[in-house]
Design a protein. Structure first.
Length: 244
């Protein structure tokens, strides 16, 4: 499987592999033998991350400010910056292919958000901050902030859905080696704040974010999605070029 095939032809095998993996992830959270493992892993992760917040005031402030609502704007700006840099300055691909890749990333991230918001709207799962003790509240440790530290519907992790879809498609569609490291680091960095703050379980990110991402990305990778975008955008680009 080469990168040039992704998004330009029907690939049922991609759907098969992704959906089987998504099903395995989802089942691991509800099947008793593995669900018990997730309970222990979730608790260990919570106490590891949240329990470290009283080690140093700077450490608590770092994760406190990364958990405020305004930090989401920074993450969004970073995502746009990466796509903009690729579209404007990468010369390895022709303009129409860069446009189709960027458009696919944006649309798939949007689709993932819609699925996460609407498909699990009534799914109740209390965050570890509302379930486990002791809990170190960033809003108490850090003065003057309103950090996201709790949720009554923590599954799936919204950050997990957006960043996994985004990073996966950036790596596979944008075909830039320098972006592989950035996308990977971004996927990790954008999910850690909610784990430190106690608003999400680790399984919210891995199972929830992972399963939804695996359900969405095949539509960009295993169909002629990029080809359809190019067919639609090519006449528009030609008209723009004719007027310049």
């Amino acid at each position: 499987m080469t990168k040039t095939q992704l998004g330009y032809a029907w690939r049922p095998d991609i759907f098969l592999y992704c959906y089987l993996t998504a099903a395995a992830l989802a089942l691991s959270l509800i099947w008793t033998p593995t669900s018990d493992i997730w309970v222990r892993v979730d608790e260990m992760a919570f106490y590891l991350f949240n329990g470290s917040l009283n080690a140093d005031p700077f450490w608590a402030k770092l994760w406190g400010y990364l958990n405020v609502h305004e930090a989401n704007y920074g993450a969004g700006a970073f995502m746009v910056l990466i796509l903009g840099w690729y579209f404007l300055f990468t010369k390895d691909e022709i303009l129409i292919k860069r446009l189709s890749a960027v458009t696919a990333v944006v649309l798939m991230v949007g689709l993932g958000v819609v699925v996460a918001k609407t498909g699990f709207r009534d799914f109740e799962r209390y965050s570890p901050s509302l379930t486990l003790t002791p809990f170190l509240d960033l809003n108490v440790l850090v003065d003057g902030i309103r950090a996201k530290t709790q949720s009554r519907s923590s599954f799936p992790g919204d950050h997990g859905v957006t960043t996994i879809i985004y990073s996966t498609l950036v790596i596979l569609l944008l075909k830039s080696r320098s972006l592989v490291v950035l996308a990977t680091l971004f996927a990790l960095a954008n999910n850690l704040p909610r784990l430190f703050g106690g608003a999400h379980w680790l399984s919210d990110v891995i199972v929830g974010g992972g399963a939804i991402s695996l359900a969405v990305v095949p539509f960009a990778l295993g169909t002629p999605f990029l080809k359809f975008i190019e067919m639609f955008a090519e006449p528009i680009l030609q008209r723009i070029k004719a007027r310049l």
